[in-house]
Design a protein around this ligand. Structure first.
Ligand code: ZN
Length: 562
């Protein structure tokens, strides 16, 4: 039955109940000597996991919808706390499956990637770090609440951090600078706490890595990201292409922007503005946008149309910003119900459409993969997952005129420039984290030096004027991923390169591009990143030359010569 989100059953689990069911499943698995019976037991256990995971997702979604609500805070904390225990129980079962005498047949049935993923998950967690993982999530929660509750005082009004975005693109330079100052002041208030929380996380993560037998957190972090088909040298090669092939180009985009907005002393507070032709925003309110979106998805095909109708009718979206809501956007899947959920903070900017199409890409993939045999086969690793979302942003281009009317070309230009400008920033966030975890004893001050160094490499144009908080090397403190999901950020860059390839394909052959997009979504997490790319004919970003060939089309479109 297709329930509305508000009707989804929810309860707290208890450890005895989980342990008993894990014991039962384990002994059933060990008792049988029949591969097909083992397959059935694995599926039955998976149904159980899906139910538990759905409760945890509900707790997380409700907390993010209202971070100030005591009840939701408690429920989220409950599920944060019980998570390591749950993982421990899952791992008992996984270990038994990996050691099954029928492993070969099981692998044949579910595919080898699932087994590789499980093997790496065992290298990422062990009950001996259970307490540390609990600590880690409570520090991360503290960071999120601190940021969600930050108030920006700007021209007599109070704003959340995400509500400030429209002022950063004001054609009035004074307004832009003043808005950035207000943002910096709000963050600066908590700078010592942000430093301290990160310090705790770095030390905690380093110690966990030691306990797990790694020399640094980098290897553990990669294992947590379930990266089975590449390592930190591949990522370093990818960053090298960004440094050498892309940074010179982003500097050209920056100087074009400076020219367009008529500024000779271009600075950070100018960076969000593309031209002086005024704000690019959707030409209607929320309900209007939802109607445009329905029209767009209906014309993309029955599958897209039906999917979006379902999101709307079952209450599976929370998109408008409001006080106390967690910042940012995400998509999750209630595996038990096969229902994705989209979260965003619309603030009346073009970013609303971008975030919306992005999260719809995640949700569409999750929905298309929801019936894959096991839960761990639904989501791919993050860099692959971001291809679904970032590519959909491009594949929706033909309908952007429905949202932006006369500003459509400017929206596309801004999106395209933004897509390229983003990549070096993403690489900076990634290299910074490698530096941090390679030097776990560094002081907060030394970390600010590391940040300044990656800014010099990847964002050589960046100049903070009258923004001492930012120029002190603390820009990274606003980047939540650095706190809650180490090493995730580069995944957006890897995926962006693939999304640009999808866009080029769509320009040349729309139906071929859509077919490949649907194929990729349906594959879900059944293969690792580089194999998924191979499956749909995308070029591998770790291979030298991929950067140059992937950006040639956008450069042509933007009229930039190399
Ligand atoms: Zn995403």
């Amino acid at each position: 039955m297709d329930l509305h989100f508000s009707e989804f059953p929810y309860r707290r689990l208890n450890q005895e109940e989980i342990e008993k069911l894990a014991d039962d499943s384990l002994s059933a698995l060990k008792q049988t000597n029949d591969a097909s019976e083992q397959i059935n037991i694995m599926k039955k256990w998976d149904v159980q996991l899906k139910e538990w995971e759905s409760y945890a997702s509900i707790a997380h979604v409700q907390f993010s919808q209202n971070t100030l609500d005591k009840h939701f805070q408690d429920e989220r904390k409950f599920y944060d706390d019980i998570r390591p225990f749950l993982i421990g129980q899952e791992q008992r079962f996984i270990k038994a499956v990996l050691n099954s005498p029928h492993r070969e047949k099981l692998e044949e049935n579910f595919g080898e990637n699932l087994f590789q993923t499980w093997e790496i998950s065992l290298r990422a967690f062990d009950p001996k770090i259970e307490e540390d993982k609990k600590n880690e999530s409570s520090i991360v929660t503290e960071y999120s609440s601190l940021k969600a509750q930050s108030k920006v005082h700007f021209r007599g009004n109070e704003y959340s951090l995400s509500e400030m975005a429209p002022f950063y693109v004001s054609p009035n330079r004074e307004t832009r600078l003043e808005a950035r100052k207000a943002q910096a002041t709000a963050l600066e208030k908590n700078q010592d706490q942000f430093d301290d929380l990160y310090d705790q996380l770095v030390r905690l993560r380093h110690n966990m890595a030691k306990k797990m037998g790694y020399s640094s957190y980098i290897d553990l972090g990669y294992a947590e990201m379930k990266r089975v088909d590449y390592n930190d040298s591949d990522v370093a090669e990818f960053r090298r292409q960004i440094k050498e092939d892309l940074v010179p180009i982003t500097q050209k985009i920056i100087s074009d922007r400076a020219f367009r907005i008529n500024v000779s002393d271009y600075a950070f507070h100018d960076e969000s503005l593309m031209d002086l032709k005024g704000k690019i925003a959707p030409k209607g309110d929320y309900d209007w946008m939802m109607d445009q979106a329905q029209g767009m998805f209906d014309s993309m095909g029955k599958d897209f149309g039906g999917f979006f109708t379902m999101l709307r009718s079952r209450g599976l979206m929370d998109l408008k910003t409001r006080e106390g809501k967690m910042g940012g956007g995400y998509c999750t899947l209630f595996t038990d119900h096969g229902a994705p959920f989209i979260f965003a903070n619309f603030n009346g900017t073009q970013g609303d459409v971008r975030v919306f199409t992005h999260e719809c890409g995640h949700a569409f993939q999750a929905f298309q993969s929801r019936n894959l045999p096991l839960r761990d086969m639904i989501w791919p690793t993050y860099e692959a997952a971001e291809i679904h979302s970032m590519s959909l942003e491009f594949l929706c281009y033909p309908w952007m005129k429905d949202f932006f009317k006369e500003d459509t070309d400017r929206f596309k230009q801004s999106h395209l420039e933004g897509s390229l400008l983003f990549i070096p920033y993403g690489a900076a966030v990634d290299e910074f984290q490698h530096m941090v975890y390679n030097n776990p004893d560094a002081s907060a001050r030394e970390r600010t030096e590391m940040w300044k160094e990656v800014e010099r490499i990847y964002l050589p144009h960046r100049k903070y004027v009258d923004l001492p908080y930012f120029s002190s090397g603390r820009f990274w403190q606003r980047q939540g991923h650095i706190y809650h999901r180490p090493f995730y950020y580069i995944d957006y860059c890897l995926a962006q390169i693939c999304a640009l390839q999808f866009w080029e394909l769509a320009e040349n052959n729309r139906s071929e591009a859509m077919k490949k997009y649907r194929d990729l979504c349906a594959l879900g997490g059944s293969l690792p990143f580089t194999k998924l790319l191979g499956e749909v004919g995308l070029k591998n970003p770790f291979i030298k030359g991929t950067m140059n060939s992937s950006i040639s089309n956008p450069l042509k479109e933007l009229g930039i010569s190399v």
